[in-house]
Ligand binder design. Structure first.
Ligand code: ADP
Ligand code: ASP
Ligand code: MG
Length: 445
């Protein structure tokens, strides 16, 4: 079968001219890398700015009637520097009139272009530069990625446009992060959305692999900002990835998994700065025969409130949980999970979803459900320990609880998902980093 690779490069992979050179080498080292999706330039060092953030700032200035020249100049200087450095080695870039491209964008922003249009220009300009450098055709995302009138991604229209305008090209660069509404106006995905564009392009071009090039050698067992030098994950299933990404392991945009998962296309997360590293391969569990390790990874999220409710003989009272959930629904609050025992149930909700409504909700629960006790625990964090090998190993929960107890961390809530690939504990937000490190060391060292 013909191999086609869609390769998406993140912001740090294209933050300066030197990074563009690395990307060119990577692409040229495998002729199957035919469709390339770039992000906008990201940070070159930790205190640097991301171009996308600066573009949003330009838009905000215009909205407030404040001059945006200074901010735009920083953006323009970044692009001009990239082009100026690349021209030294790659004469073909001389054909690129970067000044006029930037001038048009500046004029559009100044005359009140939308936030989405403004933000999308980061990827647009990077796409033009990269296409020129590679000698690939540039295909604007607004020609092939579509949203319906409700702003929802339009699979059918996109698939048809890709067939007509992209598949006829041997090789192309398609900027990430945005597409077009039915009226032609630009709409972006949510932040980090170039991952989604990459997944869509991989799917619509029937790619055999979706490569996601970033600044880490794959998915780590824990956030490298919390655990120093965490072990990389060689293989992970889509299900595990979904659990970990949802809980805050944000290497990949959550929505980028669905298009490729449905089509059975594996994702390989790779490091632009260390292309020889294997990275992480994400695939479907159905075609997996290897014995997985006990746990795959650990991730967590802060800012939750847990409402713990107790009532004697709750188990035989009909409609108790229905009443509880109806109260949340009437108050337009969604819940994360609802661990339960025989006479107890806890509701775990995001702080921002319940904040101003908490007192009313508690009163309503007392009135309608008449619990024996109701406790509210604010400032909670959730930590998920995820692994497809968990159901086959004994003592996983015990290891987690012991590791937390040793660090004197109180567990307020435990939830073992019915999928048996996930154990979630609720702890105080202040203990968050300590808890992740404790669980990690319990399994890894
Ligand atoms: P890109 O700009 O290439 O899209 P992102 O910043 O979106 O890259 O994602 C990569 C970053 O994700 C890493 O630099 C790292 O800081 C962070 N990260 C969070 N959790 C993890 C994890 N479990 N494994 C690896 N990286 C992680
Ligand atoms: N540049 C966009 C952002 O910063 C999209 C992306 O990087 O994927 O969110
Ligand atoms: Mg990203």
């Amino acid at each position: 079968m013909e191999s086609i690779i869609t390769a998406k490069f993140g912001g740090s992979s294209l933050a300066e001219a030197g990074q563009f050179e690395k990307v060119k080498n990577i692409i040229e080292s495998d002729p199957n890398r035919r469709y390339v999706v770039p992000s906008a330039p990201g940070k070159r060092f930790s205190s640097d700015y991301k171009i996308t953030d600066l573009l949003y700032l330009c838009h905000a200035h215009v909205q407030q009637g404040i001059p945006f020249n200074d901010v735009f100049d920083i953006i323009a200087a970044r692009y001009k520097e990239i082009v100026a450095c690349l021209i030294l080695k790659h004469k073909e870039l001389k054909e690129l009139d970067i000044d006029s491209i930037l001038n048009v964008i500046k004029k559009d922003i100044g005359s009140g272009a939308s936030a989405d249009y403004t933000a999308s220009r980061g990827e647009y300009v990077n796409g033009i530069i990269l296409a020129k450098l590679l000698g690939y055709e540039f295909v604007d995302a607004s020609e092939i990625i579509f949203f319906n009138k409700h702003g929802v991604f339009d699979t059918v229209k996109t698939q048809a446009a890709v067939k007509e305008k992209l598949l006829c090209k041997e090789r192309a660069v398609i900027p990430g992060f945005y597409g077009a509404m039915p009226d032609g106006s630009i709409k972006t995905f949510s932040r980090g959305g170039s991952d989604v564009t990459g997944a869509i392009i991989a799917r619509c071009t029937s790619s055999t692999l979706y490569e996601n090039w970033t600044d880490v050698s794959g998915f780590m067992m824990a956030d490298p900002r919390i655990v120093s030098n965490p072990k990389p994950i060689d293989t992970i299933t889509y299900r595990e990835l979904r659990e970990l990404s949802y809980m805050g392991a944000t290497v990949l945009h959550e929505e980028s998994v669905f298009p490729v998962r449905e089509a059975g296309i594996p994702i390989n997360i790779k490091n632009t700065n260390k292309p020889e590293d294997k990275g992480t391969l994400i695939f479907d569990d159905t075609n997996c025969s290897e014995k997985p390790s006990t746990i795959t990874g650990i991730a967590g999220k802060k800012d939750f409130t847990v409402i713990a409710i107790e009532k004697h003989l709750m188990n035989i009272e009909r409609g108790f949980c229905r009443k509880l959930l109806a109260i949340l629904e009437q108050n337009e609050i969604h819940f994360e999970c609802m661990p339960s025992g025989i006479d107890s149930v806890s509701l775990v909700v995001e702080d921002k979803s319940i904040a101003s409504k908490l007192d009313d909700v508690i009163e309503e629960i007392k009135r309608q459900c008449k619990p024996d006790a109701i406790e509210v625990y604010p400032n909670m964090a959730l930590i998920a320990t995820v692994g497809r090998g968990m159901s086959r190993s004994k003592g996983i929960a015990a290891t987690i609880f012991t590791s937390l107890a040793k660090e004197q961390i109180n567990i307020r809530m435990i939830n073992q998902g019915s999928s048996e690939i996930n154990i979630i504990v609720g702890i105080e937000t202040d203990d968050f980093e300590k808890a992740i490190r404790a669980i990690y060391s319990a399994f890894v060292n």
